[in-house]
Design a protein around this ligand. Structure first.
Ligand code: NAD
Ligand code: DAU
Length: 359
């Protein structure tokens, strides 16, 4: 792996992945292609340890001519495809961008890789890794076995359906054209740089500001949380040692309810926040109407990646959350800039009916 194209590298996981690669594989040249939607922030990458090996292009994965040009010009041998519309609630509000970016955009990338790599006869040394989600498998009941690579697809939200469709196209390009692909389906990530429309950063930031902590429905939905750096490590293992054409499920082996998660964050904040204005933070918890079609439980069986590639999550939930909270406390400027963006204010108003001032 010499010239790596990362799509969506200005978003949450992509940013963490680029830092991870630069720290552990400094010889790799990284090209980050990102359209900079509301979720992308190029300033995330302003402190890279090895800027000479990093290049950013603002562009859209749906732009076929641009993608082909990039693959040729930068002699890309590896693609890690993160770029997506990623927020379930936004997909419920408006599915169209999800179909367009997640399905059409992924197909566009696949087609460009097929054309470019085949015509250069480089298929031996190239790889297309597609980042997907556990949400493609649908919802588990309390006693169901965790999702594995054998679980049939059963997506419930427009976001999950769009990711499922993209997974199918990736697999089809392997079977039909022999494009050297791998796919990973990962559970909920948390950590630094996550856009504060997702549960964990939303709760941290609202709690710090004394704003309501919205919990959908009864808060007993279960997610399997994974620290983002563990996810990055798993992706690199797949890139280096994974078998072409294979899918790998990645998870944190940490199943907890949303309500438990929010209570843990609140008690960590009770200890960490220097001025105890809103202590105990759990008094800010506020139950709101449930997400339509809300999946009840996700859980991942990580046996395949553990047994074949030796990967398993290493960060426990308390130290991961503690590190995440510290990051948000230490990056007040990042938080403030994000919160004051129009798109963010409009989303909070639309989704919760209150703005950042709690009005
Ligand atoms: P994110 O929303 O934080 O970032 C997405 C990035 O993609 C942004 O920088 C955005 O600007 C960019 N982007 C969007 N549309 C684009 C387009 N048309 N062209 C180019 N760039 C575009 O998302 P994330 O949480 O970092 O998720 C990254 C990937 O991982 C997604 O594919 C998501 O489905 C998957 N995933 C996420 C999680 C999670 O918990 N966050 C878990 C499993 C899988
Ligand atoms: O499972 C992997 C998926 O995890 C990824 O594919 C998605 O890209 C990522 O966004 C995430 O999806 P979720 O819908 O699980 O994440 P979110 O942070 O939005 O919600 C986590 C849980 O918390 C979910 O059960 C809904 C609930 N929730 C969320 C918000 C924003 C609340 O109760 N209140 C909220 O305000």
């Amino acid at each position: 792996m010499k010239n790596l194209l990362v799509t969506g590298g200005a978003g949450f996981i992509g940013t963490n992945f680029i830092y991870y690669v630069q720290r552990h594989y400094p010889h790799i040249n990284i090209l980050n292609l990102d359209a900079l939607t509301y979720a992308g922030n190029p300033d995330n990458l302003s402190n890279l340890p090895n800027p000479d090996h990093y290049h950013f292009i603002q562009g859209d994965i749906r732009d076929a001519a641009l993608i082909e040009k990039i693959l040729l010009e930068y002699q890309i041998d590896t693609i890690v495809h993160f770029a997506a519309e990623s927020h379930v609630d936004r997909s419920i509000a408006d599915p169209a961008p999800f179909i367009s970016t997640n399905v059409m955009g992924t197909c566009n990338l696949l087609e460009a890789a097929r054309k470019t790599w085949k015509s250069n006869d480089k298929t031996g040394g190239v790889k297309f890794h597609h980042i997907s989600t556990d949400e493609v498998f649908g919802s588990l009941s309390p006693n169901d076995r965790p999702f594995s690579e054998m679980t049939p697809y059963n997506p419930n939200s427009p976001y999950a359906a769009s990711k499922a469709a993209s997974d199918h196209f990736v697999r089809a390009y392997y079977r039909t054209y022999g494009l050297p692909v791998t796919i990973s389906n990962c559970s909920n990530n948390y950590g630094p740089f996550q856009y504060p429309e997702k549960l964990i950063p939303l709760i941290i930031i609202n709690a710090l500001n004394g704003k309501p902590l919205p919990i959908y429905g009864d808060g007993k939905q279960i997610r399997d949380w994974l620290f983002v750096i563990d996810h990055c490590e798993a992706i690199m293992e797949i890139l280096i040692h994974g078998q072409t054409g294979e899918t790998y499920c990645i998870g944190g082996n940490t199943q907890i309810t949303n309500l438990e998660m929010v209570e843990i964050i609140c008690s960590l904040l009770d200890e960490k926040v220097p001025t105890p204005k809103y202590r105990p933070h759990k008094n800010l918890i506020h139950f709101v109407p449930d997400r339509p079609g809300h999946d009840r439980r996700y859980a991942i069986n990580t046996n395949k990646i553990k047994n074949t590639l030796g990967w398993q999550p290493s960060k426990d939930i308390i130290s991961g959350l503690s590190q995440t909270i510290d990051w948000y406390l230490e990056h007040q400027e990042w938080v403030s800039t994000t919160l004051h963006k129009n798109n963010y204010q409009m989303w909070i108003q639309y989704q919760y009916g209150f703005n950042q001032d709690g009005e």
